[in-house]
Design a protein around this ligand. Structure first.
Ligand code: PLP
Length: 500
């Protein structure tokens, strides 16, 4: 029997809540978030600051939100928009009629991670004869390749990157290819540092070995061609490069579409065939899925379609120009502050910097920047590469650039004055020595409390993250992973009381 006093829980209200009240709740919650607009958030969001674009995308999303991509024959509108998005991406990335890759085909996926998982799946399933397939990636490749390898039970062979160039040596990539290798991957550009891998050389060694080569252009694939048209020295990285068999590009990044849209392109339909999953051996509808999801909303696809149609080639060129100028301005600001150095000269839309020997503590600096309204992304030290601060730069940053330099200098001075966070020595020793298996929920709860991460059920994170980042930085990757799982597990708990 249902206990009538207990029907309300979290989002489920007792009798329904008026639309305007619900919207007010959502807006209040949104106030907790980092600012998605205004050019002061250097990760997670891609904002072109084009007036009216949000409203257009939202209207298009609304038109198609209830359309189901499960069956393209039932909803031809979605198929038409998908095919239009794929053609646009193919054209931007050197394919289509009149190019050296005239037979390019593709699929719209939900994001970069799904595109990469499907690139790995296509390569793996093209070789059913291999019991233990492997892929080769540079250490700078996006973590989604590791996720793909994990989900698909494919071995991951990681090739180190040079601490100077932040790129892999193509000869080392070649040496890592084994008889069971089904895919070699590289980035254009890498997320962490924004550098473009030597795609032509890597694709050549892959082709020589008869192995597919995927270019992960999820992050910058939509911008690099426009930067090249603006005169920047962008190396060849797309289908113009012989040996490149597939490319991913996220429309929800630099094509400025709302979240949930990436494109996975293959050089031809034969290469794509193993991407599909078809199933007719059950009593329900026959299933044929090009992507991981089965039911999927038409909303993101319609919103992306509207965004591309509205901005157009000229719009993207202008946005790339604004972004390039913002990158140059931010990089100059970093160069102008004692104690910081760029990890690499910017060659795409990333500014990434680290501290010099006598520079400030980077994690404290990130907090000081946050306190001044600049939301940057700390990156932990890894395999001989120092900790760094990552800025994903979008067109919306351009009007803010002049304000950044003085605030950066100010934040560095404050971080120097404060010094590194005083983490209890025993905590650091623990982080360095603990094995992931020794991390019981009790130990983690104790650590979380010690770090001020709030009680269980309190979905807040502290204003100052330096203490957490310092602890994570002291831990080896396997322990970092375990700590993150436990910490996020503490945040993700059902909210039983009514409302959010
Ligand atoms: C180079 C690269 N590949 C893949 C991804 C994963 O994309 P998503 O977060 O859309 O799954 C990202 C995300 O930043 C990326 O930068």
């Amino acid at each position: 029997m249902i206990d009538e006093s207990r029907v309300e829980a979290g989002a489920l209200s007792r009798d329904g809540v008026a639309a305007e009240v619900v919207l007010a709740e959502v807006r209040r919650l949104r106030g907790l978030d980092r600012p998605t607009h205004g050019g002061r958030l250097f990760a997670y969001v891609y904002d072109p600051a084009v007036p009216g674009l949000d409203d257009l995308a939202a209207a298009a999303h609304r038109e198609s939100a209830h359309v189901n991509g499960l069956d393209p024959t039932a909803f031809p509108s979605l198929l038409a928009m998908e095919n239009a998005l794929v053609a646009a991406a193919g054209r931007v990335l050197g394919g289509g009629p009149g190019t050296t890759a005239p037979d390019v085909v593709g699929t719209v996926t939900s994001g970069g991670t799904e595109s990469l998982i499907l690139a790995v799946k296509s390569a793996r399933d093209a070789h059913p004869e291999l019991a233990a397939p492997r892929i080769v990636v540079p250490a700078s490749a996006h973590a989604a390749f590791a996720k793909a390898a994990h989900y698909l039970r494919v071995e991951l062979d990681v090739v180190p990157v040079s601490p100077d160039t932040l790129r892999p040596d193509p000869a080392a990539m070649a040496a890592a290819i084994r008889p069971d290798t089904v895919l070699v991957a590289c980035s254009a550009p890498s997320y962490a540092h924004g550098v473009v891998d030597p795609v032509a050389e890597i694709a050549a060694v892959a082709a020589a070995a008869g192995v597919r080569c995927h270019v992960d252009a999820c992050f910058g694939g939509w911008t690099l061609p426009y930067l090249r048209r603006l005169g920047e020295p962008v190396p060849a990285f797309d289908f113009a490069v012989p040996g490149v068999t597939s490319i991913s590009v996220d429309l929800h990044k630099y094509a400025y579409a709302p979240k949930g849209v990436s494109v996975l392109l293959h050089r031809d339909a034969a290469l794509r065939a193993s991407q599909y999953f078809a199933y007719a051996d059950w009593p329900g509808y026959t299933m044929i899925n090009p992507v991981i999801a089965s039911t999927r909303s038409g909303g993101p696809i319609a919103a992306a379609y509207a965004t591309l149609r509205h901005l157009g080639d000229a719009g993207y060129l202008a946005l790339a120009e604004r972004t390039r100028d913002a990158v140059a301005g931010l990089a100059a600001a970093v160069r102008g502050v004692d104690g910081l150095r760029l990890m690499a000269e910017p060659e795409s839309t990333v500014v990434c910097f680290t501290a010099t020997e006598d520079g400030p503590d980077l994690f404290v600096l990130v907090d000081e920047l946050t306190a001044r309204g600049w939301h940057t992304q700390p990156q932990l030290s890894y395999a001989g590469l120092p900790a760094s601060v990552h800025l994903t730069v979008t067109a919306s940053v351009a009007p803010r650039v002049a304000e950044f330099g003085p605030d950066l200098a100010d934040a560095v001075a404050a971080a120097r004055a404060a010094g590194p966070v005083p983490l209890p020595a025993e905590l650091v020793a623990l982080a360095g020595a603990l094995t992931p298996d020794a991390l019981t929920p009790e130990v983690v709860a104790g650590l979380a409390a010690g770090l001020g991460l709030g009680d269980a059920g309190d979905a807040s994170t502290p204003d100052r993250m330096a203490v957490v980042n310092t602890l994570l930085d002291a831990a080896p990757p396997a322990l970092r992973e375990r700590l993150l799982v436990e910490f996020v597990g503490l945040l993700q708990r059902p909210a039983w009381t009514a409302g959010a």
